[in-house]
Design a protein around this ligand. Sequence first.
Ligand SMILES: NC(=O)c1ccc[n+]([C@@H]2O[C@H](COP(=O)([O-])OP(=O)(O)OC[C@H]3O[C@@H](n4cnc5c(N)ncnc54)[C@H](OP(=O)(O)O)[C@@H]3O)[C@@H](O)[C@H]2O)c1
Length: 313
Amino acid sequence: MQYNKLGRAGIRLSEISLGSWITFGNQIGLHEVKTLMHAAVDRGVNFFDNAEGYAHGEAETLMGKAIKEFRREDLVISTKIFWGGNGPNDTGLSRKHLIEGTKNSLKRLKLDYVDLLFCHRPDSHTPIDETVLAMDYLVRGGYAFYWGTSEWSKVEIESAYHVADELGCIRPSMEQPKYNLFSREHLEHDYLSLFEKYEMGTTIWGPLASGILSGKYNRGIPNDSRLAKEGWLVPDNFMQLIQKTKQLDVVAKDLNCTLSQLAIAWCLKNPHVSSVITGATKLEQLTENLGAIDIKSKLTSDILEHINKITRS
Ligand SMILES: NC(=O)c1ccc[n+]([C@@H]2O[C@H](COP(=O)([O-])OP(=O)(O)OC[C@H]3O[C@@H](n4cnc5c(N)ncnc54)[C@H](OP(=O)(O)O)[C@@H]3O)[C@@H](O)[C@H]2O)c1
């Protein structure tokens, strides 16, 4: 396992990490959460991702119970604030919700601090200076070590940096965008100047496009899969993606690896990726996905070019 710096920040994250969206508290309970987290740590994973909105807080509660079985210093824990409930002040990035939301997340996680704290989405209803000042307060107050954004546009992120500098606040350190063989714009285009100017780190999500890039949907939608349970996640261009997935599967077979390993290894090759956040409902999936580390070196420039041709066709 390689441990990457989070952009300019000194903290080191395992190149592959594990997240809890849809899985913890929805598809799997405490026993499975503990099994996955122990197996991940045993293989060198140190970073675990969460959000106040996942399973209405239950994902944090379960992770909090599992965290107790590890030395806190060995873990990097993140949470994300935006969707905290139904009340008028339970969502968004107001000072009130950011501070109350973070404190509630910490209670569920049974932690004094998270390592990384994200603004889960941009909030056009709250002035950016209010958000930056609240995140500065949370970091200076010891509730989090680093703060960042998730799925913000380049312009929105840049304004956060400017406002932080103007007000003498702590700058954001990282963004959490979707990145996989089918979703490349943010990392390979939009954010390039941010990497250059600010050395922004990224913890990318959705490396398997909700499992499509594992090849499990090539012959239909299995009953026990994410897309069977969460039909709203089936993309409009699903059949087009399946055609490409089938071609990518041939590349994986040539490399003697699985398609999931190829797709995750491809994300790991991008130098702007600090950590690839994977998701898993089963131990076998986690074990398979961690095998991507051994495939990285097999992705030569010729193979990457061939993969580009398939995904861009
Ligand atoms: N910042 C954000 O807005 C945001 C958004 C989404 C996610 N995230 C974070 O990123 C993490 C990862 O995202 P993601 O869950 O969408 O990642 P993903 O890798 O695209 O999808 C993971 C899902 O694919 C299936 N899968 C995983 N490995 C597999 C394998 N080897 N073979 C077959 N199926 C496999 C599993 O679902 P089934 O077994 O149910 O089919 C698993 O839950 C999340 O847990 C969360 O922490 C952040």
